[in-house]
Design a protein around this ligand. Structure first.
Ligand code: SF4
Length: 244
């Protein structure tokens, strides 16, 4: 990608970010950066469910055990009992179990603290080498635990960025790599969080609420809706900003 294209994309991202901040405000960050392992487990729990249910499952683990070393002593079926409120219990307990076992084999104390001083690329490489950990989960660790300027791409972020015309990709991972290193410094957290809110509250998979959308003027989506919907539900609880 040439420099001009990169600069143009940076400018577009800046514009989108400003419009979102004008509408939603600057999203609140957790006061203390959560531990990388907390974030990775929180993200596993958040797959295919809402933030409230994944938060309950996360708290069930944190409140019933003193640390992840204790959770690592459990069998997948025992982990599943504690996290079933988040759904997909078998799949998620297996992913948590395998991650904890891999870390246990590597080091005496179960932790991901060693990644704090390595580059974004190396962290992505290492975390995605664990079974069941994809680019989205790894990038959440970079943003939420290490405060790196990285924007994780879930289905909401992917859908919105394609509809408005910033990227033209067919899956979240490709969208992630398209915008990687093009986010203006210091803006990834608000950009990511507000895009999720936009996707939940306005730019839903079906029947987006285009007439009331803060990105209407810049959006290139061909099938914008025209009927004004009076209400939309405010959905601003974000799991990964509430792990502490
Ligand atoms: S204008 Fe419509 S399609 Fe475009 S981002 Fe907003 S809600 Fe989504």
């Amino acid at each position: 990608m040439c420099l001009t294209v990169i600069i143009m994309m940076q400018k577009k991202i800046e514009k989108i970010n400003q419009l979102l901040i004008q509408h939603f405000g600057i999203p609140q960050k957790s006061k203390q950066l959560p531990d990388p392992l907390d974030t990775i487990i929180g993200t596993i729990l958040s797959q295919n469910t809402n933030d409230q249910n994944s938060f309950k499952a996360y708290r069930n683990l944190k409140d019933n055990f003193n640390n992840w070393d204790e959770v690592a002593e459990l069998k997948p079926a025992q982990i599943e009992k504690h996290i079933k409120v988040a759904g997909l219990g078998k799949q998620k307990s297996k992913a948590i179990f395998e991650l904890l076992q891999s870390l246990k084999k590597k080091q005496s104390l179960i932790s991901l603290n060693h990644i704090k001083n390595i580059s974004d690329t190396k962290i992505l490489e290492e975390l995605t080498s664990y079974n069941g950990i994809g680019v989205k989960t790894a990038s959440c660790v970079l943003l939420f635990s290490l405060d790196r300027n990285i924007c994780p791409v879930d289905t909401h972020v992917h859908r919105v960025l394609n509809r408005i015309g910033l990227v033209k990709t067919n899956n979240p991972e490709k969208t992630f790599y398209e915008i990687l290193n093009k986010i203006p410094e210091g803006t990834a957290h608000s950009f990511h969080t507000n895009l999720i809110r936009l996707g939940r509250e306005f730019c839903k998979p079906t029947m987006p609420n285009c007439p009331k959308c803060p990105l209407l003027k810049i959006c290139k989506y061909e099938n914008k809706t025209k009927v004004i919907k009076a209400n939309y539900s405010k959905r601003d609880f974000m799991l990964l900003d509430n792990l502490n």
